[in-house]
Design a protein around this ligand. Structure first.
Ligand SMILES: *[C@@H]1O[C@H](CO)[C@@H](O)[C@H](O)[C@H]1NC(C)=O
Ligand SMILES: *[C@@H]1O[C@H](CO)[C@@H](O)[C@H](O)[C@H]1NC(C)=O
Ligand SMILES: *[C@@H]1O[C@H](CO)[C@@H](O)[C@H](O)[C@H]1NC(C)=O
Length: 526
């Protein structure tokens, strides 16, 4: 790792700079600021780190992972750290998110040795272990239908037995994320094994989804739990606050929408209708409950006793947007990465974190969206080992997720050929295109209350500038990951707010997964 007084504007390679008309001089200046790291240096590092991340992520998954020997087959270790802090468990959430990344790896090259001989048997084990864990009584409850309360248990010992200590339970995102991962697995397998799907009665498929109760096969159990319990409060993704959470709701909504389609395929119309109705209600709630009009951002939690103690700005909002979408989504996206509310929330969080952490210090008049280290939320006290005032630090997975949101937004612009936004998004787009300067003749993006629309064909060049800047700014956040990663490519949970060196749980599996997802999103636009 290098010390952290860096300037983080990736190089702009486009030759189209010369074509910009004077009305966006400010953006031109931003784009032209001399980069400290050339984009080839970043590019090279990204390729190396991608391999390292795949290797280290798989190393944490039993039965093949070299660091997961002794864990039950299909277990995803959250981290290798066994004390100070002890993360040597399987979290339902972390495991499902990691498996989604593993399925993407499979899809990217299904015939490789890694896919056929490592990933497929690992996924098979994960599905089996999930079934066993679902049916294991634990401090959150058991597998009695219809409550299925034991599915809300957030973490298990690495041999699959229940963790019985005090904890923030239940957590209601786990079953939804697991259902989505298993549905993605089913779809990936179905695609590479054509002919296997003769009918919904095939054994391989029935093992994952079966219409009849009380069998409630592994995916259906998670969907039933989600459909029944989404209105209930539970602990958040950071395991600290009880209430209803944006991240949890987004994960649940995705699972229910996908689940409804799946139930249809398995001739389970009652379940399909039930998931659909609950998804519609949940979607309505998501749209109206979390946006804070006064603050101008999405709040992470509602209905918590601690709501007044927190701003509600939170990296989990970005994670919720990312994990709330499926690649093949056939329903209208709710809060996708390019949504004005999501981008406004991103800008608020970035601005807060930039000024909060000394390691993020940079020149005063620099780009308001220059890459900086992003932590979980402003009031965070957890320093990776214990909670103490002003203990919070930037996290790798949050920093990578900012990049992923920006790359996905760039992909959306590229696909649609349009940049449309309303007053909610004006602050973000102004910061992106005009560097946050007040509207002037130099910048056509005033942050006033109306809607805007630009296309690739407009002679304002706003669209092209926005598209290039999304990638450039996305790169500047990955450059922060690069700066603070260990020399050997290892990623822990956090990096220190003062000196920038890694701290907290070592080899955090989710740090690798979030990095890989950002790199994958980048490949869609670079
Ligand atoms: C990454 O791994 C792939 C496959 O193992 C290999 O072909 C490629 O050369 C590696 N890239 C780097 C930069 O090490
Ligand atoms: C499996 O793929 C076939 C097409 O090959 C499709 O008709 C079927 O719906 C798919 N099943 C699932 C569960 O995705
Ligand atoms: C989207 O990307 C493709 C491939 O890079 C490019 O040819 C196309 O012009 C882009 N579309 C827009 C609207 O920028």
């Amino acid at each position: 790792m290098l010390f952290a007084d860096f300037v983080l504007l990736g190089a702009l390679t486009s030759s189209s700079l010369a074509l910009y008309i004077p009305s966006i001089q400010d953006a031109q200046k931003l784009l032209a600021q001399a980069p400290l790291h050339s984009s080839t240096a970043l590019e090279t590092w990204l390729q190396d780190e991608e391999n390292i991340s795949v290797d280290r992520l798989l190393a944490n998954i039993a039965p093949f992972g070299r660091n997961a020997q002794g864990a039950a087959a299909g277990t995803v270790l959250a981290s290798l750290s066994r004390e100070h802090p002890n993360y040597y468990y399987q979290w339902i959430r972390d495991a499902a998110i990691t498996m989604s990344t593993v399925i993407d790896l499979y899809n990217s090259d299904p015939s490789s040795y890694q896919s056929t001989d490592v990933i497929l048997p690992t996924l098979e084990s994960y599905a089996e272990l999930s079934r066993r864990i679902q049916r294991t009584s634990n401090p959150s409850g058991d597998f009695t239908w219809p409550d299925l309360s034991g599915l809300g248990e957030p973490k298990f010992e690495v041999d699959g037995s229940p963790f019985t200590g005090n904890w923030g339970r239940p957590q209601r995102d786990g079953p939804a994320l697991r259902a989505s991962a298993l549905m993605a697995y089913m779809q990936a397998y179905n695609t590479t094994h054509p002919g296997l799907w003769q009918s919904s009665n095939d054994d391989w498929f029935q093992n994952l989804y079966k219409a009849e109760l009380p069998a409630h096969s592994v995916i259906k159990a998670d969907l039933e739990y989600t459909a029944r319990h989404w209105p209930d409060s539970g602990f958040d993704v950071w395991e600290e606050v009880q209430g209803r959470h944006f991240f949890t709701g987004m994960a649940q909504l995705r699972a229910l929408r996908q689940g409804s389609n799946l139930a249809q395929l398995f001739q389970d119309p009652g379940a399909a209708a039930y998931y659909q109705v609950e998804a519609d209600k949940l979607e309505q709630s998501m749209r109206k409950d979390f946006w804070d009009e006064e603050g101008g951002y999405i709040r992470a939690t509602r209905g918590s006793d601690a709501e007044w103690q927190r701003s509600g700005m939170d990296c989990s909002v970005l994670l919720g947007s990312l994990h709330g979408q499926a690649a093949d989504q056939t329903w209208p996206a709710v809060f996708p990465p390019h949504d004005d509310a999501v981008l406004a929330s991103l800008l608020k969080l970035v601005t807060d974190q930039r000024d909060r952490f000394p390691v993020n210090a940079g020149s005063q008049d620099a780009d308001p969206l220059r890459g900086v280290g992003i932590g979980r939320y402003p009031e965070d006290m957890y320093d990776g080992y214990e909670a103490k005032p002003a203990g919070g630090n930037p996290w790798f997975l949050c920093t990578s997720s900012v990049s992923e949101i920006l790359y996905r937004t760039a992909a959306h612009l590229n696909q649609t050929g349009r940049l449309d936004f309303s007053s909610r998004g004006a602050s973000f787009w102004n910061a992106l295109v005009c560097g946050g300067k007040p509207a002037s003749s130099h910048c056509p993006l005033p942050a006033s209350k109306s809607s805007y629309s630009y296309t690739a064909a407009d002679d304002t060049n706003v669209f092209e500038t926005a598209l290039e800047r999304l990638v450039q700014v996305g790169d500047s956040f990955l450059d922060v990951v690069k700066t603070h990663a260990n020399a050997d490519g290892a990623l822990s949970e956090q990096f220190d707010r003062y000196h920038g060196f890694e701290r907290g749980a070592t080899d955090l599996t989710w740090s690798y997964g979030a990095f890989l997802q950002a790199v994958r999103a980048r490949k869609d636009v670079v």
